[in-house]
Design a binder for this molecule. Structure first.
Ligand SMILES: Cc1cc2nc3c(=O)[nH]c(=O)nc-3n(C[C@H](O)[C@H](O)[C@H](O)COP(=O)(O)OP(=O)(O)OC[C@H]3O[C@@H](n4cnc5c(N)ncnc54)[C@H](O)[C@@H]3O)c2cc1C
Ligand SMILES: NC(=O)c1ccc[n+]([C@@H]2O[C@H](COP(=O)([O-])OP(=O)(O)OC[C@H]3O[C@@H](n4cnc5c(N)ncnc54)[C@H](OP(=O)(O)O)[C@@H]3O)[C@@H](O)[C@H]2O)c1
Length: 434
């Protein structure tokens, strides 16, 4: 432990990651003072708190949630849950977003996090300062500057900060040559809410991640004529009528038509960019933290969590292609053990070197920068190592095996896979249920 007094921790964001951090901090009252959780909206839940409005709130802050009206989870509740907090037994495996929001509200209430959240309060700056301590030499503290609904600014000091502000809010907008020639509607999935306004329209959807594929199918369901333009190998599963695939969009011609990589072209009324999101931490100064924060990559982060130069700043959930809630559960518990000193860290140089080697090894395998934080297959060993080094229970083997089953089933039939229901029979076995 850093000293004899209780550790003070700030948490930025009251989405799933922030609630998880606060819950585990509150579970160790002998070590930690209650956390201060800053949340820019009036609600907990982050992404899962559906907001029909798009753009900005009245106070000028951008609306962070990218949730759309008909979204259902793409992971079954049996693996999506925090490992120590199951969803309601009566619910099906794949849930509408409202049920996830209810679940997070229940998680928050059950762990008595609410009294510690400062709602409608935006964190504007998080900066490290060096304090001289009596006898123990210099130590790093964190100054968190926030501003509340009335615009009142406040600075508070902490021993540690958990950065839990998410990374699915700032749309990644690709440069498409000739865009000025397109006179139709251009939007990003961040601002997509429901398909009805697009009924009967011709639409090019760019990008076939979870958003592109799911939204294309929704749009085809309201009689839109949809072209899903993407750079993956062509999908071989059945697509609904009205939805066809095209290679990536390369430019917009002078006559306003879209031109694809194979030379074909088409005219459309709407271009819907499902091209993912940028990392942005407006309140952190990367340089001062020894961090390179780019749109597609944040590094170096030791164990995908902390800048080696400041291992009392924890960025939770930066990785992609993960099981988010279980992943947060592991990262948070490990981070707290680091803070308490019971999970010792190597030297700053060693941590930097380890991250550099890790990223280099991936680059040598041809992984582009924008995919370096995708850790789908690595996530199991990663979480297991955090559990070992943080002295907490690892994720049960059934989590991986059901996740992989659902991934397989989704890739075979993305329209139908959500019809299945699962049951966890043991820590190692799942089974289909009615
Ligand atoms: C469309 C969509 C569908 C998804 N579907 C699934 C799914 O089916 N299953 C699944 O497991 N995951 C899904 N995810 C992933 C999802 O992002 C995670 O499940 C999880 O919600 C991320 O939680 P988080 O706390 O990291 O971030 P967020 O949920 O984004 O929460 C961050 C919080 O921080 C607040 N905040 C941001 N900046 C500040 C600031 N400066 N000051 C104060 N507060 C701030 C925000 O208001 C927000 O409340 C989906 C994501 C998206 C975008
Ligand atoms: N529950 C659900 O059903 C659901 C629905 C939507 C979203 N989500 C979740 O939300 C998160 C974000 O998903 P997302 O799909 O919005 O983002 P994403 O996963 O980052 O996917 C964006 C996709 O766009 C592609 N892309 C980017 N620029 C492109 C270009 N110029 N031309 C062609 N393709 C381009 C990317 O390809 P590259 O890989 O080559 O960069 C990638 O496949 C994920 O966690 C996802 O699981 C869940």
């Amino acid at each position: 432990m850093l000293g004899m007094s209780k550790l003070r921790v700030a948490v930025v964001g009251a989405g799933a990651a922030g609630l998880c951090a606060a819950r585990h901090i509150l579970a160790r009252p002998g070590v930690y003072a209650p956390p201060v959780v800053y949340e820019l909206t009036e609600n907990v839940g982050g992404t899962w708190c559906y907001e029909e409005r798009v753009g900005c709130y009245g106070n000028g802050h951008p609306i962070p949630s990218s949730m759309y009206k008909n979204l259902r989870t793409n992971l079954p509740k049996e693996v999506m849950m925090f490992p120590d907090f199951p969803f309601d037994d009566q619910l099906p495996s794949f849930l509408p977003h409202q049920e996830v929001q209810r679940y997070l509200e229940r998680y928050c209430q059950s762990h008595q996090v609410t009294p510690h959240i400062k709602f409608s309060t935006v964190v504007e700056e998080v900066k490290p300062v060096t304090l001289e301590t009596e006898g123990a030499g210099p130590k790093t503290a964190w100054e968190v500057t926030s501003s509340d609904k009335e615009g009142l600014q406040k600075m508070e000091r902490f021993d540690s900060v958990f950065v839990c502000s998410g990374h699915y809010s700032d749309p990644c907008l690709p440069d498409i040559p000739g865009m000025e020639h397109f006179k139709g509607t251009v939007m990003h999935s961040h601002s997509y809410r429901f398909p009805e306004p697009y009924s009967g329209q011709s639409i090019v959807v760019l990008g076939a991640g979870a958003s592109g594929l799911d939204i294309s199918m929704e749009l085809a369901g309201v009689n839109a004529q949809v072209i899903l333009s993407h750079g993956k190998p062509p999908f071989t599963f059945p697509l609904p009528p009205g939805l066809r695939q095209a290679p990536p969009l390369t430019r917009v011609n002078e006559d306003g038509t879209f031109c694809f990589q194979d030379g074909s072209s088409t005219r459309a009324q709407v271009l819907l960019l499902c091209t993912g999101y940028n990392y942005t931490f407006s309140y952190l100064r990367g340089e001062a933290l020894g961090l390179d924060v780019r749109k597609e990559l944040v590094s170096p982060l030791y164990r995908f969590i902390m800048p080696p130069a400041f291992p009392s700043l924890f960025i939770i959930g930066v990785c992609k292609l993960i099981l988010p809630f279980p992943h947060f559960h592991c990262q948070v518990q490990f981070a707290l053990k680091v803070l308490e000193g019971s999970a010792p860290l190597p030297s700053r140089n060693q941590m930097e070197e380890e991250v550099r080697e890790q990223l280099e090894a991936k680059r040598r395998l041809g992984v582009p920068s924008k995919h370096l934080l995708r850790i789908q297959n690595e996530q199991w060993g990663y979480c297991q190592d955090l559990a070992r080094d943080g002295h907490f229970a690892p994720l049960p083997a059934v989590t991986r095996s059901l996740y992989e089953e659902v991934w397989r089933s989704r890739s075979v039939h993305p329209q139908n896979y959500r019809k299945a229901n699962y049951r966890l029979a043991s820590d190692t076995q799942w089974e289909l249920s009615d």
